[in-house]
Design a protein around this ligand. Sequence first.
Ligand code: F6P
Length: 322
Amino acid sequence: MAKQIKRIGVLTSGGDASGMNAVIRSIVRYSIYKNIEVYGYYEGFKGLIANNYKLLSNNSVGGIIDRGGTFLFTARSEEFKTKEGLITAKNNLESNNIDALVIIGGDGSFRGARDLNNSGINAVGIPATIDNDIYGTDYSIGFDTALNVIISLISKIRDTASSHERIFVIEVMGRNSGELAIKASVAAGADYVLIPEIKVDLVKISNAIKNHREGKRHTLVIVAEGAAKATDVAASIKLLVEHEVRISVLGHIQRGGSPSAMDRILAAQFAQKAIDFLISGGTNAMVGIQNNEIKTVPFEEVFNGKKEIDRNLYELAHILAL
Ligand code: F6P
């Protein structure tokens, strides 16, 4: 028989993503509606080890739906990856009578959630990372907001690039994934996009840019941080092209700001699904959205799959820049 869920914990882990606060708010309010108490653990898995938590009420999550970051703070905990760390966390959770955990984060955070499950603690995951690189969900919380931040920054860069007839190399986040870079390229009307999934020859690209300049006042090249360094791309272009080249590394600005409507709505839907899943006896899985349907995906499936980039969109970005 499924364990009755009376008290849960919630935490945010890994890199922050805009919309995490909206998820926490929805988890708290939907759980209370279902007669479940919610404890917020601070600083991700670190908080489980330090037993640093607070009872959350409907009021304590008021006024946070539109705030970026996470009011529970976040961290990447090395200690939690040790056997001792996991045992301390498990013992703390059991002595606090926590029946299940909701872990908001990315792939690394879900591996921690899986380890908790293996040690006997029920835990589910809600995907939140601007990289949108998690298999099993079309979208992760924070991706849409980051994408909108990026395209609004690129619009500003375009103004100055065009005024000076310059080439700009713009580096966006994405350690292992070109999701942000490809979609930003299409949405911002960039000319070239470099992503980690598709290796390109910088000399070839530089030559293409040289030929492509004909009749153009500016050239925008978007590079995902995992594909190459903006400085290297710019140096390669400079060797072949007579126009001035400038770089702009967008950095952590991409992770901040008020969440988009899409991220807030997804936050509410993911939270509801996570709580209903726990109540029905489910565990060891991530909540996701596939073809507009909110689903649960077992963690092992998430870890064994590989999210593919949209190759058509990658090609379309270049076709539309001709
Ligand atoms: O995983 C999200 C992400 O924003 C990546 O795109 C980026 O490479 C990384 O986090 C940066 O991490 P940190 O904030 O620790 O520098």
